[in-house]
Design a protein around this ligand. Structure first.
Ligand code: NAD
Ligand code: LMR
Length: 339
């Protein structure tokens, strides 16, 4: 008995060693806009992720300090800070996942589309650099308006001949995070067990949470579902107003961005059944991009999942969001193809 249990424990150790090296290949993650309100806590959360072996922090200013600070944390990844356009190439080279929270945030009274004039140009130039230095990376677009910045990146990649629709993601995870939190409160369900798909896009009514598919089931009355839907759609504005001119969601966004990047890394590493909602190239509707559940794999998007059964209220919500989402997508495509 003694011998056999030793054998088992040796075997266990070997398996665990094998597991450690096989499950944790070298993975470089780059954050563009790493010194910002989202970028800093996101850098912290990515430093805590054991799947990351190299963490590159890029911004137009301030990254040496952020990188020095984060690099002292005793976790796996090697951290490097890059500042200014001349260091962008180095920040991107060899990257597996590029997360983009670069750009200006909203102030009270603004829509996400009001950010277009500044952020579209930022995203266009960062996407051109990605096409040049790490064309195979998975791109996690956080910069707003996501409904337009994702199409901009796609057009830039197409022009560069590097576009792979499986590798471009608009990060809508914060909508899911909010829907889960708000639903758990109303349904009196343990929040860690709650799941709610959120589809459409990432702005106002284009954010469509599917509470009819929420689990655990709670059979909430229609007026509560409507209130939950509205709160999820206006979640960003709730934070913008509470911050009263000091920006938009940063901490909850960093959390959501870290969840989504982790899902991408798990997919790349071959973990099965990794599913998150994301705004991707899609055949789910007639629009070229749409957020829905996506299965992540070794090449990025493995499968774009359908909508599933919708309630009447959700069917109406879907109909109403399509024109706005279409216009935002077209605006991005048009901008990217100018000049
Ligand atoms: P912030 O102003 O605090 O930080 C933005 C950072 O981007 C700054 O450090 C700035 O120097 C940097 N930057 C600007 N131009 C750059 C460039 N060309 N290259 C690299 N970095 C550049 O803003 P924030 O609060 O971190 O928000 C960033 C963006 O994320 C905004 O557009 C905001 O609307 C968006 N956002 C999206 C979601 C979402 O759910 N997808 C949630 C929250 C915020
Ligand atoms: C959010 O949903 O919090 C972000 O898109 C930021 C914003 O402007 O609302």
């Amino acid at each position: 008995l003694h011998v056999s249990s030793k054998c088992i424990s040796d075997h266990h150790l070997l398996l665990r060693r094998g597991f450690a090296s096989e499950a944790s290949p070298d993975r470089k993650v780059t954050v563009l806009g790493a010194a910002g309100g989202i970028g800093q806590p996101l850098a912290l959360l990515m430093k805590l992720n054991p799947l990351v072996s190299r963490l590159a922090l890029y911004d137009i200013a301030g990254t040496p300090g952020v990188a020095a600070d984060v690099s002292h944390i005793n976790t796996r990844s090697q951290v490097a800070g890059y500042v200014g356009e001349e260091q962008l190439g180095q920040a991107l080279e060899g990257s597996d996942v590029v997360i983009i929270p670069a750009g200006v945030p909203r102030k009270p009274g603004m829509t996400r589309d009001d950010l277009f004039n500044i952020n579209a140009g930022i995203v266009k130039s960062l996407s051109a650099a990605i096409a040049k230095y790490c064309p195979n990376a998975l791109v996690n677009m956080i910069s707003n308006p996501v409904n337009s910045t994702v199409p901009i990146a796609a057009e830039v990649f197409k022009k560069a001949g590097t576009y792979d629709e499986k590798k471009l993601f608009g990060v809508t995870t914060l909508d899911v995070v909010r829907a889960k939190t708000f639903y758990a409160g109303k349904a009196k369900a343990p929040v860690a067990e709650v799941n709610v798909p959120v589809v459409g896009g990432h702005a106002g009514i284009t954010i469509l949470p599917l509470f009819s598919q929420a689990t655990p089931k709670a059979n909430l009355p229609e007026d509560e579902i409507k209130a939950l839907t509205k709160r999820t759609q206006d979640g960003g504005t709730e934070v913008v107003e509470a911050k009263a001119g000091k920006g938009s969601a940063t901490l909850s966004m960093a959390y959501a961005g870290a969840i989504f990047a982790d899902a991408c890394l798990k997919g790349l590493n071959g973990v099965p059944d990794v599913i998150e909602c994301s705004f991707v190239q899609s055949n789910v509707t007639d629009l070229p991009f749409f957020a829905s559940k996506v299965r992540l794999g070794k090449n990025g998007v493995e499968e774009v999942l359908g909508l599933g059964p919708l309630s009447e209220y959700e069917k109406q919500g879907l109909e109403s969001l399509l024109p706005e989402l279409k216009a935002s997508i077209e605006k991005g495509i048009k901008f990217a193809n100018q000049s």
